[in-house]
Design a binder for this molecule. Structure first.
Ligand code: P1T
Length: 379
């Protein structure tokens, strides 16, 4: 099955009770048993729920994996992966990443004796220098949030394999429409399904997809034992979102390109970060690894002036000033004071998240309205 068919049919079967074409929302916490253990495969909805199962099967299908697991948020999904580790273990992480992921790693798991090494991975080979006998996991975002760095997944996969490390990729920005990390050698794909998979800014959810049965069983155990699951209504909404992922992504990419080119040409813009631009340092890797370049665009205004950047985001009218990304509507954010405020300023600035950085989640509105909005705000 090709990708555009998988988003609609992958892992899905018609409802056995009445032939409903869309999976019913099984809004139930428990399931009747005829005798202890006598049930139809479902006992309690923390462990599993048929609507969540339909979503988890769809997730596995679109990421070319075998097993999907859905969680109550992206961070709950990341948290489940971290629970595979033990005190004393080390993790190598991309130095630019979502501030909440950084906060989970340093604010919670460091206290449990896990060590994180934040590494610049634009040259993937650099990662190998940070591996120690205690290293267990490499955690990569690509494109990174918010600097849009591109990490060579095949190279990192080869390093992980050589040293027998787990390799996890946060595929939130790219989505499986643009890249499928399991095919490039990753062991775990993670999503904030809140973003493009849901696609309509109406759900908070996370997901993991893996190929290996043993790994899936460990994660399934953690999902049930820790209990950070998502409900049936949200499962239904994300499943519905996935059905249009390919058409939305096509437009996100088209509009992302228009916005990136417009900004690159604007006299008040100092620098644009979008992997589709030929001057992006890893444009060639993006071209090889991704089908297109996505709808996330970051930029800095000339003079690196904090006040000026704030005025620009305040003046936008079609773009809404808000955290999050990946919905049909365009959003603008100021990472230093919003999504990445939990990263200390010095560390943030080392990876390029300066006070004048603005991040756009380019939606699927008419491109003329988006460009006009940016023009009036910058002017
Ligand atoms: O918000 P949640 O569903 O828990 O997902 C966390 C998360 C994980 N990974 C990436 C790459 C993310 O971007 C996020 C959430 N990000 C935002 C809310 C944001 O505005 O960047």
């Amino acid at each position: 099955m090709k990708f555009n068919t998988k988003t609609i049919h992958g892992g899905q079967e018609y409802d056995k009770a009445y032939g409903a074409v869309m999976p019913p929302i099984y809004q139930t916490s428990t399931y009747a048993q005829t005798t202890p253990g006598g049930h139809k495969g479902y006992e309690y909805s923390r462990t599993h729920n048929p609507t969540r199962t339909a979503l988890e099967n769809a997730l596995a299908s679109i990421e070319n994996g075998e097993y999907g697991l859905a969680f109550g948020s992206g961070l709950a999904a990341i948290d489940a992966v971290l629970k595979l580790l033990k005190p004393g273990d080390e993790v190598i992480v991309t130095n630019d990443l979502y501030g909440g992921t950084y906060r989970l790693f340093t604010g919670i798991y460091e206290d449990f004796g896990i060590k994180f090494r934040f590494v610049e991975m634009n040259d993937a080979g650099n990662t190998e220098n940070y591996i120690s006998p205690a290293t267990r996991l490499i955690w990569v975002e690509t494109p990174t949030n918010p600097m849009m760095n591109i990490i060579d997944l095949e190279k990192i996969a080869a390093i992980a394999k050589k040293h027998r490390l787990l390799f996890a990729v946060d595929n939130t920005f790219a989505t499986p429409y643009l890249q499928q990390p399991l095919d490039l050698g990753a062991d775990i794909v993670m999503h904030s399904a809140t973003k493009y998979l849901g696609g309509h800014s109406d759900v908070v959810m996370g997901a993991l997809v893996v190929k290996a049965k043993e790994l899936a069983e460990k994660l399934r155990f953690i999902q049930n034992a820790s209990g950070a699951i998502c409900g049936p209504m949200d499962s239904f909404l994300v499943l519905r979102g996935i059905k249009t992922l390919h058409v939305r992504m096509q437009r996100h990419c088209e509009n992302g390109r228009e916005v990136a080119l417009f900004l690159a040409d604007h006299p008040l813009v100092e620098k644009v970060y979008w992997p589709g631009l030929e001057n992006h340092p890893n444009h060639d890797i993006a071209k090889r690894q991704m089908r297109d370049f996505g709808g996330m665009v970051s930029f800095v205004t000339r003079g690196n002036d904090f006040e000026k950047a704030i005025r620009v985001v305040e003046r936008l009218k079609v773009f809404t000033l808000a955290e999050s990304l990946g919905g049909v509507e365009s959003l603008a954010g100021h990472p230093a004071s919003m999504t990445h405020a939990s990263i200390p300023k010095e560390e943030r600035e080392r990876s390029g998240v300066v006070d004048s950085l603005i991040r756009l989640s380019v939606g699927i509105e008419d491109k003329e309205d988006l460009l006009e909005d940016l023009r009036q705000a910058l002017d």
